[in-house]
Design a protein around this ligand. Structure first.
Ligand SMILES: [Zn+2]
Length: 390
């Protein structure tokens, strides 16, 4: 009897364990497109809109590209655990990234009414982050004319190193940032900061900004070794970084309609941080490149703000509505097209000496295909870059 019973018990144990595994694991009953409960931003055109002081909520969404929710992998991206990041003392530049202890991501969720419900904070944040990328990939062709397959065919899937441990070069722990790392064709999100209202990794404005860096990388360097851009001496390197930051904010603005990429991101009692981030709102900047140091700390971000301010003024002077998605897309497409042609020119010339920003802006303006848009943008660029273009 004993001999006969043992395999039976083993068999039942196997059934039970299979049932347990299928609850938190492979979900054979669910197939793409997956629905999930995630944290996401309320966009302007949604009911309730972006009127609340905290424009995020927990909502049921539908992924278009997610293939394996248990590892958060999709046709275009794959999540990774582990990794270690090192940033400069301001936490604005990623100086090093180590692929330490990297493994596939394990997402813990349950299924309820055909919807994936994340079972812990870590999984909720990760699934929310995955949704922001999914959403951007759903929109990128419409806004830029670039199909995500175009990038997939060149570079394969991009990786998302999620909630990475990060410290500065003097070993201070740093949280609350996100990076695009061109050399790894990856995105890195660091552990959330205590003052974040929602993690930056679940904030569409931030993730769309980072994805904008990937698009900029494609348009200007064609994902080639961009050392000839990095070799520019400091100030000129800052110029291209400035346009890169501006373009990243424009990508975010086109998708979300927000000119204040870092707005409503940190708790209001973090006054110093919020004041320093307020300047990123490019609809409201009141400086140009002759008095930039009086109004801004004159880092490359400030050049990006000038670039975007000129673009924003162009939309207004042409009677285009920044709150209207179709108008934002119209403008962004013109910039993308001109940026692609300008990128080709930069690459064909190789390392350029001096006056880099002037050449770049000149080429960009010359490559705007809509003459009306071009003449308005040129006037606003000249007002914002008096020193450079005046
Ligand atoms: Zn950036």
């Amino acid at each position: 009897m004993k001999h006969l019973n043992q395999p039976k018990i083993l068999f039942f144990y196997m059934i039970i364990s299979f049932m347990i595994c299928s609850c938190g694991g492979s979900h054979p009953s669910l197939t793409p497109p997956f629905q999930a409960e995630v944290i996401s931003i309320n966009l302007l055109n949604e009911p309730g809109g972006r009127t609340a002081s905290i424009p995020f909520s927990l909502k049921k969404v539908t992924f278009k590209y997610l293939e394996k929710p248990e590892t958060l992998s999709s046709r275009y991206f794959i999540f990774q655990s582990g990794g270690k990041a090192e940033s400069d003392s301001n936490n604005t530049n990623l100086t090093r990234f180590y692929q330490l202890g990297v493994s596939d991501f394990y997402n813990h969720f349950k299924e309820k009414d055909n919807t994936l419900i994340p079972q812990d904070t870590f999984s909720l944040y990760a699934t929310s982050c995955a949704y922001q990328f999914d959403l951007i990939l759903q929109k990128i062709e419409e806004i830029s004319g670039i199909h995500p397959d175009e990038i997939l065919n060149k570079k394969g899937k991009f990786k998302i190193f999620f909630n990475v441990l990060s410290h500065t070069n003097n070993k201070k722990e740093k949280t609350g940032n996100a990076f695009y790392v061109s050399s790894f064709f990856s995105f890195v999100t660091t552990l959330p900061a205590k003052t974040e209202i929602v993690p930056l990794s679940a904030n569409l404005r931030v993730i769309a900004h980072e994805y904008g860096h990937l698009i900029f990388d494609y348009l200007t360097t064609d994902f080639q070794d961009n050392s000839h851009i990095k070799e520019f001496k400091n100030d000129e390197n800052n110029y291209i970084r400035g346009i890169n930051e501006g373009f990243a904010d424009l990508t975010s603005f086109t998708i979300t309609g927000s000119t204040d990429i870092m707005g409503e991101t940190f708790l209001v009692n973090d006054h110093d941080l919020n004041a320093s981030l307020k300047i990123r709102n490019f609809s409201q900047s009141h400086f140009n490149d002759t008095n930039i140091k009086d109004h801004c700390n004159a880092s490359y971000y400030c050049l990006g703000i000038l670039f975007n301010h000129a673009y924003y003024q162009t939309l207004l002077s042409l009677g285009m509505d920044p709150n209207k998605e179709s108008d934002r897309i119209k403008g962004y497409k013109l910039i993308v097209e001109a940026m692609k042609k300008t990128g080709k020119l930069i690459r064909s010339r190789g390392l350029m000496q001096g006056h880099f920003l002037r050449h770049f802006l000149r080429d960009l303006l010359d490559n705007i295909s809509d003459s009306h848009f071009k003449s308005h943008l040129e006037n606003h660029m000249k007002a914002n870059f008096k020193n450079t273009l005046g």
